[in-house]
Design a protein around this ligand. Structure first.
Ligand SMILES: *Cc1c(COP(=O)(O)O)cnc(C)c1O
Length: 442
């Protein structure tokens, strides 16, 4: 008789959704505050108040270690298919002939397609609590825009999404999804903001970037006192909300007796990486784990592996406060890649500080190699991963092959940040052999 192994799929009950988020800011020494570029002094709550509501501003600056998750957010996480399962990639292990064990956390099971709903829910909730019923935002590949568009409905919020033009043209069904959920979706740079118009005039053929889309969304929010801005990654409060992923994972690993030697996630602005790994970093900081934590980023915008740790703007126009992060420069426009969610010039300040303090390492990968990993994963595990998630899979496969070369039975756990059903155009290019390299050196 075929026995399903105990660790094939590790599930949790709805009551086991965490009751509190974990805040790494409580445990990182020497965190540098955001600066007001005009004064060079630490940014004040007023500096943020033109675009963010009060509860979000407070959370952004909080150094409290554990922060309660509001009941209404917890309840709604169930409809995003939380707690998300953790699964063992038996077929992939067998295909690779590796002695390593490979597990993955399934953020692809959210009806919204990625991990983005975890923070979208929290942000929509806090804005509605503060009486804000209009939000603007940016989106790269469309995952964040999709998530915010949907959860906005639960809190009676109208959402406007500036979508990076390259993705807008490459992934038209993402726009359909956002419009189905009731949001307005504009290709960025757009004619709807002064900054968009300026960029269009200077670079009429630009494919846009996350930095430009952020500037447009901020401009629109700043001009209307009833409108706030929501960001899908990078900021501390977003990292905080995403720790639901890692806290669930820690509990699952405890229940199934899994001690990871490696934890791996892709990193664009850093939110799924942070959410997945920060609870483990807390263990490392307390000397309770030796787990190696690896961020996988694209060669097209390798902020950790090739960027500089310095103060820079979060957006292209220079409208945000200056933040201390690994950055390629706020005017750096990454090559257009299918992993649009990773096309960001900087990195979350918390992830950047963790990297600077040696709590983690990073690797960068070229686009065709990541798609190769994604197709291998689809053929063995049956799941079509998001092009962003393919970076984590590539890093996990490489690590498993290193274990094979050294004949080591290590345990690898990675985060599958989303599914790739709306990215089949990229996969078709890969299958046809026409998928271009994404390295900034070429
Ligand atoms: C947005 C996104 C990412 C990258 O953003 P992070 O903030 O770095 O997590 C990765 N994977 C998927 C599926 C995404 O939608």
């Amino acid at each position: 008789m075929f026995m399903i192994p105990k660790d094939a799929r590790i599930t949790l009950d709805p009551e086991e959704i965490p009751k509190q988020w974990y805040n790494l800011a409580a445990d990182l020494p020497d965190l540098k505050p955001p600066l007001n570029p005009a004064t060079g002094k630490p940014a004040t709550a007023e500096d943020f108040a033109t675009i963010f509501c009060k509860p979000i501003i407070e959370q952004e600056a909080s150094t409290k270690r554990f922060i309660d998750i509001p009941e209404e957010v917890r309840d709604n996480l169930i409809f995003l298919n939380r707690p998300a399962p953790m699964q063992r990639a038996y077929h992939l292990e067998k295909f690779l002939k590796t002695p390593a064990k490979i597990y993955f956390k399934r953020e692809d099971m959210s009806p919204l397609g990625s991990h983005k709903g975890n923070t979208a829910l929290a942000q929509a909730y806090y804005n509605a609590e503060a009486g804000i019923h209009m939000l603007t935002t940016e989106t790269g590949a469309g995952q964040w825009g999709t998530a915010l568009s949907m959860v906005s409905n639960l809190f009676d919020i109208d959402t406007t999404v500036f979508m990076v033009k390259g993705s807008y043209n490459q992934k038209p069904f993402r726009r359909t999804l956002m419009e189905m959920y009731g949001a307005k979706c504009y290709a960025s740079p757009s004619e709807y903001t002064d900054f968009g118009k300026r960029i269009l005039k200077e670079h009429p053929d630009t494919t846009g970037s996350l930095g430009i889309a952020i500037s447009e969304a901020c401009e629109m929010a700043a001009k209307d006192e009833h409108t706030c801005y929501a960001l899908g990654s990078v900021m501390n409060h977003v990292m905080l909300h995403q720790t639901t992923i890692g806290l669930e994972s820690m509990l699952q690993m405890e229940k199934a007796d899994i001690t990871p030697d490696y934890m791996i996630a892709c990193a664009g602005g850093g939110s799924n990486f942070a959410g997945f790994t920060f609870p483990m970093m807390y263990e490392k900081i307390r000397g309770k784990s030796e787990c190696q934590i690896i961020a996988a980023e694209p060669k097209a915008s390798p902020s950790l592996t090739e960027g500089e740790f310095k103060y820079d703007f979060g957006d292209t126009a220079g409208m945000t406060p200056m933040i201390m992060m690994y950055t390629l420069g706020h005017d750096f426009i990454p090559k257009s890649i299918h992993a649009g969610g990773l096309r960001y010039h900087g990195m979350s300040p918390l992830v950047s500080a963790a990297y600077d303090q040696g709590l983690m390492t990073a690797k960068s990968y070229d686009q065709p190699d990541t798609f190769h990993a994604g197709v291998t994963f689809a053929r063995t595990e049956g799941i079509v991963p998001a092009p962003e998630s393919c970076h984590a899979i590539k890093a996990a496969i490489d690590t498993a092959l290193e274990c094979k070369a050294r004949n080591e039975e290590k345990t690898i756990v990675f985060c599958l940040s989303g599914h790739g059903f709306l990215d089949l155009y990229g996969y078709q290019q890969y299958m046809d052999g026409t998928l271009p390299s994404s390295s900034i050196d070429e």
